[in-house]
Design a protein around this ligand. Sequence first.
Ligand SMILES: O=C(O)CCC(=O)C(=O)O
Ligand SMILES: [Fe+2]
Length: 228
Amino acid sequence: MTAVGALFGDETLPRPAQEVAPGCHWVPGWLDAGQQAWVVRQYRRWAAGPVPAHRPAVRGGRMSVTMVPFGWVWTSAGYARTGEQDAAPLPVPDWMVRLYRRAVVATGFDGWAEAAPDVALVNHYRPDASMGMHRDADELTEAPVVSLSVGDACTFRFGSTETRTRPWTDIRLESGDLVVFGGPARRAFHGVPRIHPGTAGPQVAAAQAEAELPGRLNITLRVTGLQR
Ligand SMILES: O=C(O)CCC(=O)C(=O)O
Ligand SMILES: [Fe+2]
C-alpha cells in the first residue's frame, strides 16, 4: 500500500461499540495492548496445568481448539470437576472475575454486576483452527457470557437461537475486543469459522513471537449455576 493509503486505510477507522444481534454486544478495543500482551505471556504457565491444555473430545474426534480450564472442566457431556488424572483446575482468578463484572456493566447487563463467574475457558486457536456453530448451553443460569479476544483476529459468526444455519452476522474480532451475549442472545448459535493469521498489532505480535504462540486466544467467562 502507498504511504497515503496506509495513512487512511480501513484499520485506522474507529470501531464503535455495536449490538450485533439483540443481546449480543461487541466492544472493540476493550483491553489495551499491555493487557493483551500480558495474557499472551501468561498462557504457557496456564497451559501447564493442573489441568493441562488439551483438545476436548467431541463427537467425531477432537476439537481443533486447545483449551485450558479454570473453575470447571468443560467436556462435551457437560462440566466436570476434574480432568484427566483427576486433577481439578485452579479457581477463576480474581482479575477475571473483575473483568467479567466490568464487562457486563459496560454492556448494560447491570443486573449481573455482582455475579461470580465460576468457569473460565482459555481457548487457543492455531492459525488453522476453528469452532463450529454451537450454543453455550451447559450452564444453569442466564448470566451473560463474556468473551475476550487476544492475538490474531478471527471471523466470529453470530446466529439466532433457532437454527445453526443462516441468518447470521459475521464480524471480525481483533485483539482486545470484548463480546458479551446475554438476554435474548444468551442461547444463540455462534462459532469461529476462521482465524486471520499474523494480524495482531506490534506489541501483541512481539509477545506471541516470544511465547512462540501464533494464532488467537479467547477467554470465555461464565456462571455455571452448578454446585461445587
Ligand atoms: O472463540 C470465541 O470467540 C468463541 C468461543 C466460544 O464460543 C466458546 O468457547 O464457547
Ligand atoms: Fe460458545
